[in-house]
Design a protein around this ligand. Structure first.
Ligand SMILES: *Cc1c(COP(=O)(O)O)cnc(C)c1O
Length: 474
């Protein structure tokens, strides 16, 4: 396109004032406010100028665009006031998907948030004494109930728990409180990076503790820890490897040996569990993960874990264990900066009460874990029978769902997958259309097929998935 032609196109673009005088637009401005409407008009005009500059619009294209200006401004305005954070359908089969918000909250959690957050609450007010209280009490007693009774027997310990923003904050607070200026001994096989830039050596540096690495990547013995203990040692740290496994010629110190060593030397042992299940994972056939209770029973002094991983609650970091250590963490000024708000306490309290009632199925992530392969297969069959498209070929095949959220990579659950092929569309194109549908659907693509795992789809979303599939195949 010649420059002269281009400048002629630029000249045809109306001013913002002109656009605002168009009949459709003034009605729009009356409805949504003059300011937002002007912003929308400006954005649309600026997009047109960019398209001309990058030769994406010719004379004909511009004429068409100008004739539909009010519509474009209206759409821009709608998009600008639309929520960015929105509900999506997770058909990946990854139950605790960090990119998709990890654990969905239970109805009880949402109800409790609504009950307590839309009015004033006793967040930090002791209703019996009529004076200032602590926000932790609302969940500490529930954690104690869940953990304490079960730990007693092995060593009659009390268990306290405090809540911070997430598990990264929990690790930071524990290290800073117990080990600031001193050394923390960690196995080289556990110096992990968890997604989203949580790296043990970096967190250690920010906590002002000094990392003392022992052992090798694949083998660390208890003697390695023992040999590294000095008068500078403040803490022994064990970290769950979360997103990878070491196999082959490997060795690691047992937690029992670490507990014994820590007790002998009078040094606290802290374990970053990552996921931290509060229920028996064996009940869903997962044997490779240890829960919070397992660690406390073995005598680990403090365990840190996330609220929105295997626990199935809101984003939070929990630190449970020896009351005196927990009290030290609580009096660290850093705790004040990492504390959570009333919404999180409300959601946590409701989630923990479900555990206490034994009502695991009311917690969505737990319910999904407990779904049988047959049940998922039956839903897949029902969904398949709803689809009436000559372009879609649907098969139902065996597959695996993942716990995700940093549970051991081998923590998989057998499932049935809907495998899809669409005439005229590649698997990636079909996945793209599903992701961009009105209610976005996130899927896996495997060997040229789109794979849907209904384990992570809420049953009342099955119908939406069926209609989105038909629409995407059109
Ligand atoms: C997930 C995980 C973390 C980070 O937890 P957040 O709650 O996301 O901050 C830290 N350590 C381990 C071992 C983890 O698995």
């Amino acid at each position: 396109m010649k420059l002269a032609v281009q400048s002629e196109l630029f000249r045809q673009i109306p001013s913002v004032d002109d656009v605002m005088r168009l009949p459709g637009i003034s009605a729009l401005a009356a409805l949504s406010g003059h300011g937002p409407a002007v912003d929308a008009a400006r954005a649309v005009l600026s997009r047109l100028r960019q398209e001309i500059a990058s030769h994406l619009l010719n004379e004909e294209g511009l004429t068409l665009a100008l004739s539909t200006l009010p519509k474009a401004v209206e759409k821009q305005l709608r998009d600008s006031v639309r929520y960015s954070l929105q509900s999506v359908i997770n058909a990946t089969g990854v139950i605790l998907h960090t990119n998709l918000g990890r654990s969905p909250l239970s109805d009880a959690a949402i109800d409790h948030i609504r009950e307590t957050a839309t009015t004033y609450s006793n967040l930090e007010f002791d209703l019996i004494a009529g004076e200032r209280g602590k926000r932790d009490v609302h969940v500490d007693r529930l954690f104690a109930q869940l953990l304490q009774e079960n730990v007693i027997g092995n060593h009659a310990a009390n268990v306290s728990t405090i809540v911070v923003n997430n598990n990264a904050a929990a690790v930071l607070l524990a290290l800073n409180t117990i080990a600031e200026g001193g050394e923390v001994i960690v196995s080289r096989g556990e110096l992990v990076e968890i997604g989203g830039s949580f790296r043990i050596p970096d967190v250690m540096a920010k906590s002002s503790a000094i990392l003392r690495e022992v052992g090798t990547t694949n083998r660390t013995r208890i003697a390695d820890y023992e040999g590294a203990i000095s008068d500078r040692t403040r803490l022994l740290l064990r970290v769950h490897r979360s997103n990878f496994e070491i196999s082959g010629f490997t060795e690691e110190a047992s937690t029992q040996d670490l507990v014994r060593l820590a007790r002998d030397r009078g040094i606290p042992l802290v374990e970053d569990l990552g996921s931290g299940a509060l229920f028996d994972l064996h009940s869903v056939g997962i044997k490779s993960e240890r829960g919070v209770l397992d660690s406390l029973r073995l005598g680990v002094d403090l365990v840190t874990y996330s609220g929105d991983k295997l626990l199935g609650g809101p984003q939070a970091g929990l630190i449970s264990g020896e009351p005196q250590l927990v009290e030290r963490l609580r009096s660290n000024p850093m705790f004040r900066a990492l504390r959570v708000d009333k919404l999180v306490y409300a959601a946590l309290e409701a989630t923990l009460l479900a555990y206490i009632r034994g009502d695991h199925d009311s917690i969505p992530a737990l319910r999904m874990m407990r779904l049988s392969k047959d049940e998922i297969g039956r839903r897949a069959e029902a969904l398949k029978s709803q689809i009436n498209s000559s372009k879609l070929q649907l098969d139902i095949v065996d597959g695996e769902s993942l716990l995700g959220g940093g549970a051991a990579p081998s923590s998989v659950l057998p499932t049935r997958l809907l495998a899809l092929v669409c005439t005229g569309l590649s698997a990636d194109e079909l996945a793209d259309r599903l992701r961009k549908s009105d209610h976005p659907i996130i899927v896996r693509v495997d060997q040229g097929r789109v794979m849907l795992d209904l384990r992570t789809v809420f049953p009342d979303e099955d119908g939406l998935v069926a209609s989105a599939l038909e629409l995407a195949a059109l």
